[in-house]
Design a binder for this molecule. Structure first.
Ligand SMILES: NC(=O)c1ccc[n+]([C@@H]2O[C@H](COP(=O)([O-])OP(=O)(O)OC[C@H]3O[C@@H](n4cnc5c(N)ncnc54)[C@H](O)[C@@H]3O)[C@@H](O)[C@H]2O)c1
Length: 271
């Protein structure tokens, strides 16, 4: 078998659609088998449509079409016990685990004085605790395998403040710090841990609903609108663009890259 991650197995959360599905397909194209996790149910506090069980089935179909194996599980990453049970079972089926992509997340933009305690809690429990849970469920298998790559999906909002997103920005800075903290302790097992920081990506999360909320918020404080500007002359990027970065970090091409931020951000964080 050939491919840049041939023979490896990857756990991906939020794999029903959007970037998570793109990571599953890209890694499978390069020879990896996949463990695909998604809640496939209404997401707390969010305005955009949620993923469905049919979305997760479509990811399964796309990976199988590439002649790779895939085990899927419908669960909430906030539930560590469920995550551990699913990951342990899938690793027993597929034989090993080498790559963890903690991708599941939510974004609920709002001006600071419209953020409720529920929005704040939902964002932190999904984007921070859910990522921690994912590493806790996956890392023991990487230790057993003698090494691996853990990729935590943060955001441009984890490198540079993005306005009208206090809970999201707090959560994504936390993910960036978490990657470095895990990298320090897991290094002795030859496990690398890095964070990924995309600019706006064309997925249901970044849909018209989100643009409408941000547009309304910017009307109240137009000076901050420029903070979303990419250096490169593009409005946004595609899930496959982020998947290319994830593939690089998952592959042996990045053997000595750990505890770093990798940003397919079109330069937004320097604007
Ligand atoms: N879309 C963007 O503009 C953008 C930019 C930078 C970073 N990101 C980050 O990229 C990641 C993927 O986002 P996306 O754009 O593909 O969004 P998306 O909404 O299309 O996909 C997210 C997936 O995660 C799943 N999910 C959410 N909460 C979950 C939970 N508690 N348990 C299990 N699954 C859950 C959803 O069901 C969905 O399938 C997120 O971490 C997001 O914060 C997105």
């Amino acid at each position: 078998m050939t491919g840049r991650v041939a023979g490896k197995v990857a756990l991906i959360t939020g794999a029903a659609r959007g970037q998570g599905r793109a990571h599953a397909v890209r890694l499978a194209q390069e020879g990896a088998d996949v463990i695909a996790v998604d809640v496939c149910a209404p997401l707390p506090s969010v305005a955009y449509d949620s993923a469905t069980p049919e979305d997760l089935e479509e990811t399964v179909r796309l990976v199988e079409k590439l002649d790779r194996r895939i085990v899927s599980a419908q669960l909430d990453v906030r539930d560590l016990d469920a995550l551990r049970t699913a990951v342990d079972g899938a690793v027993a089926d597929l034989g090993r685990l080498d790559i963890v992509v903690a991708n599941a997340g939510i974004c609920v933009p709002a001006p600071w004085d419209q953020v409720t305690p529920t929005i704040f809690d939902d964002t932190i429990s999904t984007n921070v605790t859910g990522v921690w849970n994912t590493v806790m469920a996956g890392a023991p298998h990487l230790v057993a395998a003698g090494g691996g790559s853990i990729i935590l999906i943060s955001s441009a909002a984890g490198l540079k403040v993005q306005p009208f997103m206090v809970p999201y920005t707090a959560s994504k800075f936390a993910v960036r710090g978490m990657a470095k903290a895990f990298a320090a302790e897991l290094a002795k097992h030859h496990i690398r841990v890095n964070s990924v920081h995309p600019t706006g990506v064309n997925t249901p999360m970044g849909s018209g609903d989100m643009q409408a909320v941000l547009g309304a918020a910017m009307a109240g404080d137009p000076r901050l609108g420029g903070m979303f500007t990419n250096l490169l002359p593009v409005q946004g990027t595609e899930p496959s663009d982020v998947a290319d970065t994830v593939l690089f970090l998952a592959s042996d091409e990045s053997t000595f890259i750990t505890a770093h931020e990798v940003a397919p951000d079109a330069g937004v964080t320097e604007f």
